[in-house]
Design a protein around this ligand. Sequence first.
Ligand SMILES: *[C@@H]1O[C@H](CO)[C@@H](O)[C@H](O)[C@H]1NC(C)=O
Ligand SMILES: *[C@@H]1O[C@H](CO)[C@@H](O)[C@H](O)[C@H]1NC(C)=O
Ligand SMILES: *[C@@H]1O[C@H](CO)[C@@H](O)[C@H](O)[C@H]1NC(C)=O
Length: 259
Amino acid sequence: MASAGVRGALPGWVSVLAWGLALWCLCGAGPLWSGSHEWKKLILTQHWPPTVCKEVDGCRDTLDYWTIHGLWPDRAEDCNQSWHFNLDEIKDLLGDMKIYWPDVIHPSSNRSRFWRHEWEKHGTCAAQVDALNSEKKYFGKSLDLYKQIDLNSVLLKFGIKPSINYYQLADFRDALTRIYGVVPKIQCLVPEQGESVQTVGQIELCFTKEDLHLRNCTEPDERLSFRPDARLATGASTHGMMVCEEGPIFYPPPAKTQL
Ligand SMILES: *[C@@H]1O[C@H](CO)[C@@H](O)[C@H](O)[C@H]1NC(C)=O
Ligand SMILES: *[C@@H]1O[C@H](CO)[C@@H](O)[C@H](O)[C@H]1NC(C)=O
Ligand SMILES: *[C@@H]1O[C@H](CO)[C@@H](O)[C@H](O)[C@H]1NC(C)=O
């Protein structure tokens, strides 16, 4: 008797899965396979060095401010492979680049490697819009947006600082939503063995393609619970970061600087 019930339930479950896959392909992967480089918004991604460094030796885990990971067009990568990175073009920005956009993971290697990667993968796509159509404009505008957003001050203003005591995800989300008027995407490392709490590591805020104003990362008609493009389009899974779950969240203090 019971087994008939189980068998009866199977087709329904299978069709939900099939639907999910179909949607995922349509919304998420479509633009990537078609080879088109159409994108709709820019994602400014900032990360928290102590979290980025959690599993990495020789990493800059003493930085005590959020740094830039990248400015990423959604749904487009590697748009022009003949447009190579040239460090000379951003020599006027190097002071700020070293402070706000450091290569957290490889501090001792050739410093421009991370910037070259970001330019070739994301900058060449961002360059479709006039405001970002050169290396200097792309990196310069990214720095401007970072300063304008001023995430570090906003968190401090709400009393959110690295601590051995846990916050709630809602503390971060509510503070940022209140200040920016848009919903941030907050990403965490899931608890490792022996840990009970996720660790906050990355925050994404989105900007319009047309005039680089803050906007929600989701479309108005997009269901919040189902975001097929989240990983594919943004490369959001880098360093194992996942969208944080509701509940407690660890905001780790930086390692102490050795004196
Ligand atoms: C790719 O970049 C090169 C070098 O900047 C440029 O000459 C060329 O027009 C670009 N191609 C496209 C399709 O934008
Ligand atoms: C760093 O990389 C650039 C190319 O990206 C190269 O021209 C330069 O010689 C390298 N510098 C060092 C110190 O390795
Ligand atoms: C952004 O999303 C939030 C929550 O879904 C919504 O309340 C708000 O109106 C949206 N803002 C814009 C500008 O679309």
